[in-house]
Design a protein around this ligand. Sequence first.
Ligand code: ZN
Length: 310
Amino acid sequence: MREILFLEPVFKSAIWGGTKLSSIYGYDIPTDHTGECWAISAHQNGDCTIKNGEYAGQTLSWLWDNHRELFGNAKGDVFPLLIKIIDAKADLSIQVHPDDEYANVNENGSLGKTECWYILECDDDGKIVLGHNAKDKEELKQMIAEKRWQDLIKVRSIKKGDFFQINPGTVHAIKAGTVILETQQSSDITYRLYDYDRLDNGKLRELHIDKSIDVIDCPHVDVEVGGNSIGDENYRMEELIQCPFYTVKKISLSGEHDFEQNHPFLNVSVIEGSGEIDGTPIKKGSHFILPADYGTYHLKGNMDLIVSHI
Ligand code: ZN
């Protein structure tokens, strides 16, 4: 039987980051403004290392390049998904991502970025930015030129456990006090539309207004999320989203249950509680990959997990 691939996360500091990745998940973070934990990533800007077993010490990108059979011989130059936990102590800039086609032409063949958010923690009056109020491109350009940001952006209330799909072309931003688990295409291409006129080391961060206008969808349309749910007294497994790039599900376990890993690979993140997988202890903050042909896996404990596959 193939081994579970446990991963060593990569951390990113940011002006908007905080310390919750340490206080909530127990990670050894590099600074008191750590914004992101790249938990399952083979991206060149943050390539996770395998922690255990035969491939200990190798990077996930190396494994993708040299042992594609572990990923069901899936096609593609790069491991296609990236799983992050983001701690926003301050508001993130308002941004938008290109799709594959635009990124391929304008960003040296990079993938575009479709992403989704599971809200892990937020303040009582937690909010995010998702979408905009311009009816067409002309109105969008005009509102941007006139800096009518508050009229333009759609701010929404959130609570723990909410889930959002953010397609390319969607204006979005995480706001202060929010911790999310993000499942995304493995891309680092972000166009910054507005940064609240904040200074980073005395300077405004670069904006990408023209590219943002190019890619923003007008008018904004919300994506429906949520799907089938199955379970019994020991567990519940709920589909959060299925899109051309990934399927994301939430498993809530109180007891034990056998599940099947019949995908090219399965990304797993424990977001609450603790327990074990096939006898190996796991807890909130653990991230791992079940490789191809892993077959049946047995989960036991009281925990919530987010899983994803292509
Ligand atoms: Zn984004």
